[in-house]
Design a protein. Sequence first.
Length: 126
Amino acid sequence: MKSTKTLTLLVLLALGSAYLLPGLGGQGTNGPQKGLAQRVQELEEQVANLTTQVANLTARVEVFEQGCCTGSVIHLEPLSDFPDNPREGDLCIVGEIGDRHIYCYLNGDWKDVSFPPPRPPPPPPP
């Protein structure tokens, strides 16, 4: 009697788990549920994407740690010519020593945003 109850219980558990749990190779017996292997593959892809995002953020932090920005100072390396493929809002310093200007890319064009040079002092009165 005890073995019949145990066997019945095991059969019910097996049938219930087969109905509720997804199959290992693909779809479960419960309609559109994803199989375990498919879900694992999706999770691995998500982890790979997160790993890439973390690597990108780490690279950006390293750029800042190397002296790009310290406190409220932004250091721009002077360029001999304007960069290729600018984006709206880009800033750069362009020119040769003694004739450099600060430019900002706005509305599809580079705008000179340099401050005007200081005015020479007025001549002394006669």
